[in-house]
Design a protein. Structure first.
Length: 486
């Protein structure tokens, strides 16, 4: 082929591309002109809300709120419904199905909602939500209501839909998956969940009534404090440290808080987290209205390293030595590009820049030994409220007796007045007291028999405690005598 033929072919191709570009441009102009002309004759405006918006892998909050609003407010006018079990799992919960028109009226304005979906024009294999089919809501209204719909109706639908979603949702208990099972396609890869059905509540929680009320007041202030947190410039989160010996009700307290606030629970297993990067990814996927729990944090992973004790340099200002004292040991080491999880990484997600990713969260640490935790981890501002879960005392015992034996008779309590004295002298956990009071444990039905058994158990515990003290005293005396002879 000659050079002239080659250049002729290239020119022909360019001319074809120019013609196609001109046609496409003209088509766009024609469409714009058509829409403009139609606007003069059609007085109605449409707003379309897709299921997946800017956050590609997450359903639009606006779409979910509309779905809840229409199902709650306009379901009676729909001819096609879809049903699932509601939050109590005992009766069906109806929702508006796709491909139909739903009419809504709001302060004199009539609005027409359409729920529909579009299938792709060709067969595709996709792992991304929304690529295989696209669902939309479209609302149509007269243009004279434009400002009213955008300024009042749409915010009303959004707020009402969110409230319905919270009311109908089934609370869940999450646990984190190992990073080997992760993918890049949303929360399901990072967390697995089951229904949260724990029955604990503050009314049945055995602890000092004054302390219990203080916790309830603190939770109410937090839940209603969104505007306050914005005002003072802090992320909307709060930290609780539950500490005390085993059996004192730390896990029960967490369940009671979740039921009181109606929050989901994320049980974070640190041994399944390899490094700081994975920890941040897990925290990003946690939704609002959630409790993040790390139980037995002193035993989970090595986040309790001792702080370096470094002497300030004799020459100079001594600032380097002071900084060594202030920083955790892990902060002075290279993180090896995220090769491990460090104390500084944990501090960053609970109280650093990453802590502001998501709102209305409570972070709870539990430990049997508060003294083993690094002070930086539990200081005020990170763990805002320290709650000691103590041994069972008389006020807690009376609540347990009421819960387990259905007794509030003071005369019956007076018959076993020794219990009050023994509980002040003996450290017995609420779990041990409850096990003694539980009638089903020994086929007991009589409250007096249960209380008598508790007296025996407390006496035995007191004798064991006194014997242990005598033994320790004898050992100390023996060591002292050996030391004097030497």
């Amino acid at each position: 082929m000659g050079s002239s033929d080659m250049w002729a072919g290239a020119g022909s191709a360019l001319a074809s591309l120019f013609v196609l570009f001109s046609m496409a441009k003209s088509q766009v102009k024609v469409t714009l002109w058509f829409n403009k002309i139609a606007g003069y004759f059609n007085p109605y405006i449409q707003i379309t809300i897709p299921e997946y918006g800017a956050q590609r892998f997450k359903r639009s909050d606006f779409f979910v709120a509309i779905e809840a609003y229409l199902s709650d407010t306009c379901a009676q006018g729909a001819r096609k419904l879809k049903a699932d079990l509601g939050s109590d799992r005992s009766k069906p919960q109806a929702a508006v199905d796709d491909d139909q028109e739903i009419v809504d009226t709001f302060h004199g304005a009539t609005l027409w909602w359409y729920a529909y979906k579009e299938m792709p024009s060709h067969n595709i294999i996709s792992y991304n939500p929304g690529d295989d089919e696209r669902r939309f809501y479209r609302v149509t209204f007269h243009r004279r209501f434009r400002d009213f719909v955008l300024g009042e109706y749409v915010p009303y639908v959004l707020n009402k839909g969110r409230a319905v979603t919270v009311q109908n949702r089934q609370r869940r208990l999450f646990t984190n998956n190992t990073s080997g099972s992760w993918s890049s396609y949303g929360q399901k890869a990072f967390w697995s969940h089951v229904e949260f059905k724990h029955p604990a509540k503050f009314e049945t929680l055995a602890m000092d009534p004054t302390e219990k009320q203080s916790i309830i007041d603190d939770l109410v202030a937090f839940k209603d404090g969104e505007d306050y947190y914005k005002k003072i410039g802090k992320p909307w989160k709060r930290g609780y440290l539950l500490f005390g010996p085993p059996g004192t009700g730390k896990s029960t307290m967490i369940a009671a808080i979740a039921n009181f606030l109606d929050y989901d629970v994320y049980d974070l297993e640190l041994t399944a987290v390899n490094n700081n990067t994975e920890l941040r990814k897990l925290f990003i996927e946690i939704t609002g209205k959630s409790i993040i729990v790390i139980e037995d944090i002193d035993c989970s992973v090595d986040l309790v390293g001792k702080r370096k004790v470094a002497k300030a340099h004799k020459s100079g200002s001594g600032c380097e030595g002071a900084m060594d004292k202030m920083l955790p040991k892990e902060a002075n080491k290279d993180d090896k590009e995220g090769a491990k999880m460090t104390l500084s990484g944990m501090l960053n997600v609970i109280d650093g820049l990453w802590s502001a990713c998501g709102g209305e969260r409570i972070i709870i640490f539990t430990t049997n030994n508060k003294g083993k935790l690094d002070p930086a981890l539990i200081r005020r501002g990170r763990m805002d409220k320290h709650i000691e879960m103590s041994y069972c005392r008389y006020e807690a015992f009376k609540l347990l007796a009421s819960n387990y034996l259905d007794i509030t008779d003071h005369n019956l309590f007076e018959q076993f007045g020794e219990i009050q004295q023994l509980l002040e002298e003996i450290d017995m956990s609420p779990a041990d007291v409850a096990e003694t009071l539980m009638p089903m444990s020994r086929n007991k039905r009589d409250a007096g028999v249960c209380l008598a058994d508790l007296v025996v158990a407390l006496r035995n515990a007191k004798e064991d405690d006194e014997a242990a003290k005598m033994k320790e005293k004898a050992k100390a005396t023996e060591k002292e005598e050996i030391s004097m002879e030497e």
